[in-house]
Design a binder for this molecule. Structure first.
Ligand code: NAD
Length: 301
């Protein structure tokens, strides 16, 4: 079967151009969206993510502030920093890079962020609003998945979506968004019995597991749509110079010819996540300033 390659890189670039234009328009009203990224400790992967978020903000004309705190910072100090950012009128979005060191209560920290500045959408108020189908800041990766589906598939009504994974960051919110878009949603997870048989019922599979190339051809019915959220660094067995390469949770080469549409890794959901962070920063700046967030319907969740 010929399949459509769902191009997250291209879609993210188009979305970023749209956001940049809207940031420009906000600036004409004397509002400059501001993002603060807080990094605790010196985890290399987190440092890379934070750097790319700060650079992307700068590219779009978003004011960005980068706060670094040592790995042994106390919970009180971190909460104080968040309180300062909550009160800072130049900051519309606060992101605390996860994971946090184990002596810090992550849930307490996430809920200390003003929910209107919660660009990650991890605050309990935003998670609750999303689950009730109310206006909310939506976690970036799930938002990216839905924008890709709307753009490449269109109307999702009546489709049976199987979401593999039930994390608060990806699985749960992506399922809620699919429900909002009138899909019939099944959540599958590590305790699901006969996962391949459950997945074979799906018109849409969203894989958010964290296991390299776990979803194989046995999971996929002919013509299904596959969204691969996974990002896994594995050893590179071909003869190229690189020792490691990135693969998704889906065995792309084995699965792609059974699908009608599929996201690659890299170049699928990944680039959409950072674009959606910028989207959320713009959203929060509009919310806080009482300005209409005029994003087109197919660029909304
Ligand atoms: P997580 O570890 O919090 O959750 C994984 C989920 O997978 C769990 O709910 C678990 O029940 C389920 N699971 C684990 N083993 C399973 C099995 N054998 N069968 C069925 N279900 C199983 O992970 P997460 O934060 O939700 O991330 C999932 C993946 O998405 C990871 O690869 C992560 O790197 C990736 N991710 C990508 C982006 C992006 O920007 N593309 C963003 C966030 C996460």
């Amino acid at each position: 079967m010929t399949h459509t390659l769902i191009d997250g890189k291209k879609t993210a670039e188009e979305l970023l151009i749209e956001i940049e234009n809207k940031v420009d328009r906000l600036k004409q009203q004397n509002i400059t969206p501001g993002l603060s990224v807080v990094l605790v400790g010196n985890d290399k992967a987190s440092e890379t993510y934070v750097r790319s978020k700060v650079e992307m903000s700068k590219r779009l004309g978003i004011h960005s502030v980068h706060r670094e705190m040592s790995a042994d910072v106390s919970e009180e100090e971190l909460l104080q920093e968040i309180d300062n950012l909550n009160k800072d009128g130049a900051i519309h979005g606060i992101l605390v890079q996860l994971p946090l060191p184990s002596h810090i209560n992550t849930e307490k920290v996430l809920n200390a962020i003003d929910y209107k500045k919660d660009v990650d959408g991890f605050h309990t108020l935003n998670a609750g609003a999303l689950s009730k189908g109310l206006e909310a800041t939506i976690p970036c990766t799930p938002l990216g998945c839905i924008i890709l589906l709307k753009r490449y598939i269109g109307d999702l009504s009546g489709k049976h979506a199987v979401v593999i994974g039930r994390s608060n960051i990806v699985g749960k919110p992506v399922g809620q968004l699919l429900l909002k878009n009138n899909c019939t949603v099944t959540y599958a997870h590590s305790r699901t019995k006969d996962l391949p048989a459950v997945c074979r019922q799906a018109d849409i599979i969203v894989a958010a597991i964290g296991k390299p190339e776990f979803v194989n051809a046995e999971f996929v019915k002919d013509g299904a749509i596959v969204i691969d959220v996974g990002i896994n660094a594995v050893e590179n067995t071909d003869n190229s110079q690189r020792k490691r390469k990135l693969v998704g949770d889906v065995a792309f080469n084995e699965v792609c010819n059974k699908t009608s549409a599929i996201t690659p890794v890299p170049g699928g959901v990944g680039p959409m996540t950072i674009a959606c962070l910028m989207y959320n920063c713009l959203y929060c700046a509009c919310l806080i300033n009482g300005v209409e967030f005029d994003m087109a319907d197919n660029l909304r969740a």
